[in-house]
Design a protein around this ligand. Structure first.
Ligand SMILES: Cc1cc2nc3c(=O)[nH]c(=O)nc-3n(C[C@H](O)[C@H](O)[C@H](O)COP(=O)(O)OP(=O)(O)OC[C@H]3O[C@@H](n4cnc5c(N)ncnc54)[C@H](O)[C@@H]3O)c2cc1C
Length: 555
């Protein structure tokens, strides 16, 4: 690791860049999570990818892909429609790096019929995704959508035969060509319309059969999507109203006769962050689409995709936090004030340790969730996946912004300056808590589980009770959660408190059982002992902050 000041920086009291580091090897919490949750066999591969993602070259591509956002080319010089989006070469470099790693299909490699199913596939992929998001988060959007679309496409034998061989390939093909002429493909998603994003049933895009109706049949789609990211994907899973109700369609960029499909891009969004990625407004003008699942079952069909993207939102948010906190640790170790390094001051050590605890929790929850995706046939894991997907997505994505803001402050003025990279992390963070179901939507989803699947809640609470063992604070935290569950009239107003309580208690249980004692003690003292706190750096006066910081970033 280039943690030693370089010749040019020695003596100027500035830290050296945190580049050319192996993002896997410098991250003890990540390594432990991978091994604990079933991804042990991927350690050599993760070690190799960690070196790619932490390289100066990769981070420079991340910078330039964001400094040179995509451009929409709507028409050619003669006024003919083009509807193409041009990306900077660095975007393509990042996409290739993640595709070589198989991140756009990692959990489904076995669908090729030859590759054996890997029992820890989701955990392994989450490990790589965690590092890819630290390298550059914007390109993770098409990567995650492609991976998540696979179980939906797999529902149709015909579409699976056509698309999956091109998706489950460790390749990236940026060319705008019909599928038959491409070596690899990516998939996007179009649900959100102007009049309703959360309320997708209010969608007005219409679909009429282009002959016979039913699953696998061709339809013509007319309408719009207000957000449709990564528009250069080769196809999109789109919701539209058919005569049987809201339905799911696969809408490719090219029609079966190889002519360009009628997806007319209106604009690209000018976004707070996520600037390397394009998010389009699009109109469908009798666009060709193929029905996936039954008419009227659109939400039920696409929900599998959304469940997978929610996992990735949590993993990516944990990754952004990790990157920001690693930068802060690295800087405060090297930067001196009043004759000693910044991280040697007790107040700063408390703030840094508190941030580290947040990353520990986010990592623990995200990888435990990934494990539950790997064990779908196990009832306990299925209960965890059902309840803890919205809980984890809610809490991890929500805390990312405040963690990154505090990490930025630890770096003083340098933290606020673009070229250091912290502003990009800060701008990127909120999107994960908005898309794929925002905070209140996660809360409502948990309320749905309480109402319709109470057994899943009981199963998770039983697991947590067993894990809490004799720890007084964990037991009390669990009791607070149980009390909330028995306040039926208050439950909607307290839903966010319930999600936060569940997230912190679950994280506390995992950390208590598996992290070093200093980490477990501090996490529980600062978050579960009932002392109110609203900013970071509180509640750790009895904690071994030095041990927490040592573990978080090797010297
Ligand atoms: C950068 C970016 C890229 C995106 N890419 C895509 C894409 O590729 N494909 C796609 O389909 N969408 C995409 N989206 C859209 C995104 O999924 C939606 O913005 C999101 O689902 C929220 O929908 P909305 O914007 O219509 O807000 P609304 O539905 O109007 O919601 C506004 C707020 O109200 C809350 N709310 C809604 N209903 C309730 C309720 N009953 N009770 C309490 N609170 C409620 C929501 O939680 C939210 O906080 C993208 C968004 C962004 C920012």
């Amino acid at each position: 690791m280039s943690g030693k000041p370089s010749a040019s920086s020695a003596g100027d009291n500035q830290s050296c860049p945190l580049t050319d580091v192996n993002l896997f090897l410098i991250d003890t919490a990540l390594q432990e999570a991978i091994k604990r949750e079933g991804g042990q066999s991927a350690v050599p591969q993760l070690t190799a990818f960690g070196s790619v993602c932490g390289s100066a070259e990769a981070l420079e591509h991340g910078r330039s892909a964001n400094d040179n956002p995509p451009i929409l080319r709507t028409f050619d010089p003669m006024g003919r429609r083009l509807d193409r989006v041009e990306f900077h070469p660095s975007w393509h470099w990042l996409m290739s790096a993640s595709a070589d790693e198989g991140l756009h299909f990692g959990a489904w490699a076995h669908l090729d019929g030859e590759t054996p199913r890997r029992p820890g596939a989701n955990v392994e992929r989450a490990g790589s995704f965690y590092m890819a998001a630290q390298m550059e988060a914007g390109h993770c959007c098409p990567v995650t959508m492609t991976n998540a679309a696979i179980p939906v496409i797999a529902k149709s034998e015909k579409l699976a035969a056509e698309w999956l061989p091109k998706i489950t390939r460790r390749q990236y093909d940026q060319r705008f060509l019909p599928l038959s002429k491409k070596s690899a493909a990516t998939i996007g998603m179009g649900m959100t319309e102007r009049q309703g994003g959360t309320d997708v049933r209010a969608g007005t895009t219409m679909a009429v059969p282009d002959g016979e109706s039913g699953p696998g049949q061709a339809y013509r789609l007319t309408g719009h999507k207000w957000f449709m990211s990564a528009p250069m994907c080769d196809a999109f899973l789109v919701l539209a109203q058919a005569s049987g109700g809201l339905s799911c369609f696969l809408v490719p960029r090219f029609r079966p006769d190889d002519t360009v499909n009628a997806l007319h891009f209106q604009r690209l969004k000018d976004k707070l962050g996520n600037r390397s990625n394009a998010s389009s407004e699009v109109e469908f003008v009798e666009a060709h689409g193929v029905l996936v699942g039954e008419e009227g079952r659109g939400v039920a069909t696409i929900i599998e995709m959304v469940t997978h993207t929610r996992l990735d939102c949590a993993v990516a948010s944990a990754a952004l936090m990790r990157r920001a906190v690693a930068e802060a640790l690295h800087h405060t170790r090297q930067r001196q004030a009043f004759g000693r390094s910044l991280d040697g001051f007790p107040i700063m050590a408390g703030v840094l340790a508190d941030l580290v605890l947040e990353v520990e929790a986010a990592t623990a929850l995200s990888f435990r969730l990934a494990r539950s995706f790997d064990r779908a046939s196990d009832g306990r894991a299925a209960a965890w996946r059902r309840l803890m997907t919205p809980v984890t997505k809610y809490w991890v994505c929500k805390v990312a912004s405040s963690v990154i803001a505090e990490a930025m402050e630890c770096m003083g003025g340098n933290g606020y300056v673009e070229e250091g990279g912290m502003p990009r992390l800060y701008r990127e963070a909120p999107v994960n808590s908005i898309w794929e179901g925002s905070g209140n939507v996660m809360a409502m989803d948990v309320l749905r589980v309480l109402e319709k699947e109470p057994d899943a809640v009981e199963t998770v609470l039983d697991d947590l009770t067993a894990a809490a063992g004799g720890d007084t604070h964990l037991k009390a935290a669990l009791q607070r959660v149980r009390t909330m569950l028995h306040e039926p009239r208050l439950i909607e107003m307290r839903a966010r408190a319930l999600l936060e309580g569940l997230a912190l208690t679950a994280a506390g249980c995992i950390i208590r059982a598996h992290a070093p004692q200093a980490v477990g003690d501090a996490f529980i003292a600062a978050r579960l002992s009932g002392v109110p706190r609203f900013t970071y750096g509180q509640g750790l006066e009895w904690s071994d902050t030095k041990a927490i910081l040592r573990r978080a970033l090797p010297a």
